[in-house]
Design a protein around this ligand. Structure first.
Ligand SMILES: NC(=O)c1ccc[n+]([C@@H]2O[C@H](COP(=O)([O-])OP(=O)(O)OC[C@H]3O[C@@H](n4cnc5c(N)ncnc54)[C@H](OP(=O)(O)O)[C@@H]3O)[C@@H](O)[C@H]2O)c1
Length: 205
């Protein structure tokens, strides 16, 4: 059992939180307005909603589910706590990065500072698919992830598998810049081919 802090309480946080709570992990949501978000725990045994610092306290894994523009400011203001934890960055920069020379997750890592443990994951998975790891045809969905530390990546791969998805190791954190670019493309493809937000990138060996 892992104590997982989900920073933010939106679509990705509730999907991931529900899946991991079902898998037996302990979930703590971090919110700007925790008093207004208590209803999120109703169906999640053992889950809590608190403020950002409270959510980080007991967690060994932190999943930042904030809008991209909020991620680096959050990391800078909680850097000391984040350095002692494994951070999963799921945020999508879209047009907020000038080009694909640097990944959003590298900016997250730099905002946390020396010693940061950041793995990029779930960037290319729609929130609408987080509780259906197998599609209507019974094909298991992939979750692509990238990071520089093999031990941390094994932990993330385990958490992906706990949700029922197949983890796909995409190499070092710098490769997350390619995952960043795959996001607008999958939105385009989903729209173009009538995917109804159920499309997922799949690696076929
Ligand atoms: N939606 C997807 O399919 C998808 C897929 C892959 C990755 N992502 C990425 O995952 C992250 C979260 O996406 P989401 O769709 O879950 O977003 P969302 O539903 O809008 O939730 C974002 C949460 O962040 C918190 N927050 C803090 N500062 C905020 C601000 N200035 N404006 C709005 N919300 C703020 C809010 O929680 P509190 O009000 O409780 O503070 C909010 O519920 C984004 O970086 C996105 O790019 C999304």
């Amino acid at each position: 059992m892992t104590v997982i802090a989900l920073i933010g309480t939106g679509r990705m946080a509730t999907g991931l939180g529900t899946g991991w709570a079902r898998a037996g992990h302990q979930i703590v949501f971090g919110s700007r307005t925790p008093a207004e978000k208590q209803h999120l725990t109703a169906d999640l045994p053992g889950a809590r909603v608190t403020d950002y610092a409270g959510a980080l306290e007991d967690a060994t894994v932190v999943v930042i589910t904030l809008p991209y523009r909020e991620v680096a400011p959050f990391c800078r203001s909680h850097a000391a706590m984040l350095r002692e934890r494994l951070v999963i960055d799921i945020s999508n920069p879209f047009d907020n990065l000038p080009d694909n020379r640097i990944a959003g997750a590298e900016i997250t890592r730099d905002a946390i500072g020396p010693g940061a443990r950041v793995v990029a994951a779930f960037k290319t998975n729609f929130s609408t698919t987080l509780l259906t790891p197998f599609n209507a045809d019974g094909i298991q969905r992939d979750v692509f992830y990238a990071g520089d530390d093999e031990a941390d990546k094994r932990i993330v791969a385990g958490l992906i598998a706990d949700l029922g998805f197949r983890p796909v190791d995409c190499g070092g954190l710098h490769n997350a810049r390619i995952l960043d670019g795959m996001v607008p493309l999958i939105i385009e493809l989903d729209n173009r081919y009538g995917g109804a937000w159920q499309t997922t990138w799949k690696l076929l060996p």
